[in-house]
Write a protein that binds this ligand. Sequence first.
Ligand code: AMP
Length: 410
Amino acid sequence: MDTTGIRFIDDLDLSDQRVLIRVDFNVPLDDGKVTDDTRIKAALPTIVHAVEAGAKVILCSHLGRPSGPDDSRYTMEPVAARLAELLDTDTLLYDMEVIFPEGIVGPDVEELIGELKPRKQVMLLENLRFEPGEKGGDDDFAKALSELADVYINDAFGAAHRAHASVYQINKFFDRHHRGAGLLIRKEIEGLSRLLQRPERPFVAIVGGAKVSDKIGVLQALIDKVDTILVGGAMAYTFLKARGHTVGDSLVEEDFLDQANEILRKAQGKGVEILLPVDHRVAESFDAQEGTTTDGVDIEPGFMGLDVGPKTVSAFVKRIDKAATIFWNGPLGVFEKEAFSVGTFSVARAVAAASGFSVIGGGDSVAAITQAGLADSVGHVSTGGGASLQAVEGQPLPGIEGLRANHPFE
Ligand code: AMP
């Protein structure tokens, strides 16, 4: 990924400026509490940088998929509470107060921003998706947001693949000396660039998850870049069926058998090795609490494959051990259930132990490496599943393109 024409937060003068930072606080909630604050923590370096530079910091993000402005399930209030806990004396020399105004844009919010006390208070705006103009990429909403601030910083890598008002159109309303990327976006660009530009070989990709149809683009792109692709998860059964194996009642996307075959042929033509599972952990239903291991690759009628088996794990781990570059997206089985989590956690441990440079993208694989307590042993853990896949596919990310100095905003 190319940083030409992009300024970063530390290139900009923030002192006494009103600085609007678009963060990705799209966190899971349960019963009005944040259950995983990884994304809030990932934005802290940028927030702390702006606070310490003496800026009036205004944070904004989307949260979930609210049905409208009154959908109180998606209020940012619990996020504001967790942020206030994190911005304490462990992170900064002082406790910060988080101001949470009613409304998102307009004169009342502007007045509160005027009164914000640098180094003592930050503001978090209400869920941007309460305004239909956010998802609609509406210029008027982008302009109203821009009027809250003198400087705009985008640090929401998780939303960078969306052309939404607060990550894309808003750039039009700040000149190049008053807009830039935050420290998280810089870290993401550095990690993904090391993966995609002249990666050391062998380059091994591990792709799992539910559907082939979601990953066609990324698989096609990976064939042009990697030496080996290890395929697991439910998507493996579409490939196995396409190759003529029996897969019992496993999930198969019948409409994608031809595309699966085409991917296998393309890989063969380019000398890229695609490894499919050679054995499985199976059960009679999705709800089963226990599984059995198959002898080989075929699955009997009445059974469904819910995890890769031990022979597959050992073949995959051998490739991962020898890799100089690794990319992993998607679980290898129904890892949410202990009985079918062995494949995913074995791969997580192998990726963490490997000497090669590794990048993990995507919610579930990131959750697995975090649950295993191994996230610190990985080269780069991406905070954006969709955004990192789009970058691997070689597609431009609107949230990053918009920051470029001479971007035309088509
Ligand atoms: P994705 O969002 O495409 O990465 O898919 C993640 C989901 O795929 C997880 O919730 C897994 O439980 C599910 N999954 C992985 N392997 C299987 C499998 N063999 N059968 C059914 N679901 C699976």
